[in-house]
Design a protein around this ligand. Structure first.
Ligand code: SF4
Ligand code: FES
Length: 364
C-alpha cells in the first residue's frame, strides 16, 4: 500500500482528569489515571515527530488539559515547531495568570466549552457548582487578551431550545466562531441517549435558528452546526475518513484514529512509548484496518458515495451493530438502519447517569 498523506491535526489528550461530570462525555468508559499519563519529555518528542510527519495543528484537549502543570511548556514547544496551537478547555481552571503565560507561549486559539447559557441548566449537565461564572470570566479574559475564541455548546433535549441565546452569548463574549454541536452518542453519551436525544421538532427549530443567525451575522460570526446522526439517512464522514486526516493520542500514549476507537475489540493499540508517530500512522494495523475503501462490505463497496462519507463512523457501527466493519447504521441502506429508527422512538428517560471521577483519587 502507498504511504498515506500525513494527518492534518493531532489531538493531544493530555489527561482524562476533569472537574466536570457531563453525561455526554465522549471519553472512554475506562479513564486513564494520572500515573499512566505521558510525561513532558515524551509529549515534546511526540510534537517533534508530528511536525516532522507534516501535521499542521496541535489541539490540546482532555479531560481538562489545564489540569496538566506543563501545559504552557507544551504549547510553547508546539509553537517552536511551527504547529498551530488550540486549547480545548472547559475554562473552569483558567485565570489571568495562566492565560498570560499561554499567550506568551504563543497560543493561537481557545475553544471554550459551555454546557448551557442558563446557569441551572449548565450545572445540571456539568455537575459543578459555580462553573458557569468561571467560564464567563474565562471567555472575557481570552477576548481581552486578543486570542481568537470559539465557543462550543453541546446541545441536547434539555437545552436545544436555547440555541438562539447561545449564539447571542457568543457574540456578546467576542467569539469569532461558535459551534452548536448536537450530542454524539459514543462512550458515556450512549448510556444517556434516552435522556439527551432531542425530538425531531426540536431539531428542526434549532436548525432554523442557526440558519437565521447565519443570515443575520454573516461572516462576522462563523457558526458550525453539527446535527445528530440519529435523524439522518446518510452518515457523516467521521474524522474525514479513518486514518486520513486526524490522529488522537490518549493520555497514556495510545495512538488512535478517533477518540472512541478504543472500544474496538481484537486490535492492538499502538503507543508512542514504543514506536514513532510516523511508523504508527503509516503502518500500524489499527490505522490500516479501515483506511480507504478496501475493507468495505456491501452496500458501501458498490456505493457511489463511498469516497464521500467513507462508510460513516466505525465506532457507531460497533456500538449499534456489534461489528465495527459494518456500514454505519445511520445509512438508510444499512441492514441495521432500523436500530437507529428504534432509538429515536424509544422511551425517553429523564435521569442522567453522571460521569464521576471518584475512582481517580489522585485528581486535583
Ligand atoms: Fe455511505 Fe456506505 Fe451508505 Fe453508501 S452505503 S451512503 S458509502 S454508508
Ligand atoms: Fe470512531 Fe467515528 S468516532 S470512527
Amino acid at each position: 500500500m502507498s504511504t498515506p498523506s500525513p494527518p492534518m491535526s493531532l489531538l493531544a489528550e493530555l489527561t482524562h482528569r476533569c472537574p466536570l461530570a457531563c453525561p455526554y462525555c465522549s471519553n472512554p468508559l475506562e479513564l486513564e489515571r494520572r500515573t499512566a499519563e505521558l510525561d513532558t519529555a515524551t509529549w515534546k518528542r511526540v510534537l517533534d515527530e508530528a511536525a516532522a510527519l507534516g501535521v499542521l495543528q496541535a489541539h490540546f484537549s482532555g479531560g481538562e488539559p489545564m489540569a496538566r502543570s506543563d501545559l504552557v511548556e507544551l504549547v510553547a514547544h508546539a509553537r517552536s515547531r511551527d504547529l498551530y496551537t488550540n486549547l480545548i478547555t472547559s475554562g473552569v481552571m483558567l485565570d489571568a495568570t495562566r492565560l498570560q503565560a499561554l499567550a506568551e507561549a504563543g497560543l493561537d486559539h481557545v475553544q471554550l466549552s459551555f454546557q448551557d447559557v442558563d446557569e441551572a441548566g449548565a450545572e445540571r449537565i456539568g455537575g459543578l457548582r459555580g462553573a458557569q461564572a468561571k467560564k464567563l470570566t474565562a471567555a472575557r479574559l481570552v477576548a481581552a487578551e486578543g486570542i481568537p475564541l470559539t465557543l462550543n455548546f453541546v446541545v441536547h433535549r434539555l437545552n436545544v431550545e436555547r440555541v438562539p441565546a447561545m449564539i447571542t452569548l457568543a457574540r456578546e463574549l467576542g467569539a469569532s466562531r461558535v459551534e452548536i454541536a448536537h450530542t454524539q452518542y459514543y462512550g458515556w453519551g450512549l448510556k444517556n441517549r434516552g435522556a439527551l436525544l432531542p425530538t425531531r421538532e426540536q431539531l428542526e427549530e434549532a436548525t432554523a435558528a442557526v440558519e437565521a443567525a447565519r443570515r443575520a451575522y454573516g461572516p462576522t460570526l462563523v457558526i458550525d452546526y453539527v446535527t445528530p446522526d440519529y435523524y439522518a439517512d446518510q452518515p457523516k464522514p467521521c474524522m474525514g475518513g479513518w486514518g486520513q486526516r486526524f490522529v488522537n493520542i490518549s493520555p497514556s500514549g495510545r495512538v488512535l484514529p478517533c477518540h472512541a476507537a478504543e472500544t474496538i475489540p481484537g486490535v492492538i493499540f499502538p503507543n508512542v512509548r514504543d514506536e514513532s508517530l510516523s511508523a504508527i500512522w503509516n503502518d500500524a494495523p489499527l490505522f490500516t484496518l479501515f483506511r480507504g475503501t478496501e475493507w468495505m462490505p456491501e452496500p458501501c463497496r458498490s456505493c457511489a458515495l463511498k469516497e464521500t462519507d467513507w462508510g460513516g463512523c466505525r465506532c457507531q457501527a460497533l456500538a449499534l451493530t456489534g461489528d465495527a466493519a459494518n456500514t454505519d447504521p445511520v445509512c438508510s441502506l444499512s441492514p441495521f438502519h432500523n436500530r437507529v429508527k428504534a432509538a429515536v422512538e424509544e422511551q425517553r428517560e429523564n435521569e442522567f447517569l453522571y460521569r464521576r471521577y471518584e475512582n481517580i483519587p489522585e485528581f486535583s
